[in-house]
Design a protein around this ligand. Structure first.
Ligand code: GDP
Length: 228
């Protein structure tokens, strides 16, 4: 279930909440975790192929083109990692990466340019829902949102699915380098408000840019708190 912590104070420059991720020890823990070996572990196109495993897991979800592959590569510092997931035929699969035997990163299929939330719901009925519901080691879903765009109905439909499945999710902005001035703080504040309307949403919104590296160390630190 979502753990609704009290809202932490905000950073003056970005409006982003101060968290344990700002703490030097947490940042170091994140650095150490992601300095470990990251390797492709499995791909599952149907529920029978979802690998067992007890290591804590974090899944990455978002619309196609949100910057998910770039973020996975920026996090792990490896250029070829997420390419595995975009080879033809792999686009409807869950792809599992083992990080130092301490955390499994799961690349969920991008949910397309689907305009109709109903279409998304159909796509997520089978494999995605089976995965989300039957995965006690799944600590959190990172729901990626393009910082330049307001969330689409399809994003909100995914949030509703995660609420129903009682899977904690955290909103992570991508491409924040594309926003100037106060636009980023305004976007973060709007999304924090949106998060408060979802029972499974983690209250803190993370802001990242794979291009500049902004927020990557903080995201690593957050993930280290979830790792074994
Ligand atoms: P995916 O489909 O979600 O895996 O998205 P990709 O990682 O392939 O990125 C989609 C597009 O967004 C590409 O054109 C990237 O160059 C661009 N992109 C990804 N990350 C960033 C970022 O941090 N900043 C900017 N400005 N563009 C980005």
């Amino acid at each position: 279930m979502a753990d609704h912590a009290p809202r932490p104070p905000a950073q003056p420059e970005t409006g982003a909440p101060l968290t344990e991720a700002d703490d030097a020890a947490a940042l170091e823990a994140g650095r150490v975790l992601f300095a470990g070996e990251c390797r492709f572990a499995a791909a599952a196109g149907d529920r029978t192929r979802i690998p067992p495993g007890r290591v804590p897991e974090v899944a990455f979800a978002g619309r196609s083109n949100v910057g998910k592959s770039s973020l996975l590569n920026a996090l792990t510092g490896r250029h070829a990692l997420a390419r595995v997931s975009v080879t033809p035929g792999r686009t409807r699969e869950l792809v599992f990466f083992d990080l130092a035997g301490r955390l499994t990163l799961v690349d969920m299929p991008g949910y397309g340019y689907a305009k109709a939330p109903q279409k998304l719901a159909r796509e997520w009925q089978g494999l995605m829902l089976a995965y989300l519901r039957g995965r006690p080691q799944l600590r959190r879903v990172l729901l990626l949102l393009d910082a330049r765009l307001a969330p689409k109905p399809v994003d909100e439909a995914v949030m509703a699915i995660l609420d129903t499945a009682a899977v904690t999710f955290q909103l992570v902005l991508t491409k924040t380098d594309a926003l100037a001035g106060t636009a980023l703080a305004t976007r973060i504040e709007a999304l924090a408000r949106l998060a408060r309307t979802h029972t499974a949403a983690y209250p803190e919104v993370l802001a990242t840019s794979s291009r500049t590296g902004a927020g990557i160390a903080a995201l690593r630190a957050t993930l280290a708190t979830l790792a074994e």
